[in-house]
Design a binder for this molecule. Structure first.
Ligand code: ADP
Ligand code: MG
Length: 223
């Protein structure tokens, strides 16, 4: 039946994704193993080997943390709750990291927003991934405006940066797993965000002007 076909297509996609992630994680693991062996055999370049191993471990950490939202951990709990403190928490968390990059985050939240039926850890993951991209788009610093407000039947969250922007020809690729333009990117952040917002019945849109900045708009339905 049609439903079965659809399910097997989804499973095939999951398989492809898992294979890709396994590959991404196996590379740094193989490298760490090699350098551990070298470290045991000779003491000469120990500091260099340790630096490389730390970098590779950071990379695995980044891949795993960007994927948290799609992995369906056991503690996924959908309930009716306020989104305002979630956004405030994430901005507070990321603000200190941002200021080291000369980035200031301005937060504007409409008062008395209705609660949403949502999963706290997953929504926080979305806010983190989108804000990280905004910071990374502004190597010389700048301002990120985050606005959350009510718009007929939806709560919208806009993250507006003054960064490098996205060339129009790259737009169709954005959000595809492993698509990245960054030397140390994973290309998993936005895919995770899109999956999570979709599972909330919402939408995620991106508009961008090269060298002018990018706006990510998230719309979540009020039920
Ligand atoms: P990563 O950040 O690891 O590259 P993402 O899935 O988070 O992976 O983003 C994919 C790509 O989308 C980025 O490599 C970048 O080219 C582009 N992108 C995402 N957000 C922004 C932004 N705010 N400004 C400019 N480019 C962006
Ligand atoms: Mg990212």
């Amino acid at each position: 039946t049609a439903q079965l076909v659809e399910k097997s297509e989804k499973l095939a996609l999951v398989g492809q994704l898992a294979a890709g992630i396994a590959h991404e994680i196996r590379n740094p693991l193989t490298s760490i193993k090699g350098f551990l062996q070298l470290t045991r055999m000779q003491g000469e370049h120990r500091d260099d080997y340790f630096d490389i191993m730390m970098t590779e471990l950071d990379r695995i950490n980044l891949i795993v943390s960007e994927l948290l939202g799609v992995s369906k951990p056991v503690d996924v709990v959908f309930k009716k709750q306020a989104v305002t403190p979630m956004l405030e928490d994430v901005v507070a968390l990321i603000q200190s990291q941002a200021s080291m990059d000369n980035v200031q985050i301005n937060l504007e939240i409409e008062s008395d927003l209705p609660p949403l039926y949502c999963e706290e850890n997953q929504l926080k993951q979305v806010f983190i991934n989108v804000l990280k991209n905004a910071i990374e788009a502004m190597p010389d610093g700048g301002i990120i405006s985050v606005e959350m407000k009510r718009k007929s039947g939806f709560i919208t969250i806009q993250v507006i940066d003054e960064g490098i922007g996205i060339p129009a020809e790259h737009m169709p690729k954005i959000g595809e797993p492993f698509y990245t333009t960054k030397e140390k990117g994973t290309g998993l952040g936005l895919m995770t965000c899109m999956k999570i917002i979709e599972s909330h019945g919402g939408e995620l849109g991106i508009s961008s002007e090269i060298e002018d900045g990018t706006t990510v708009e998230i719309r979540l339905p009020v039920t």
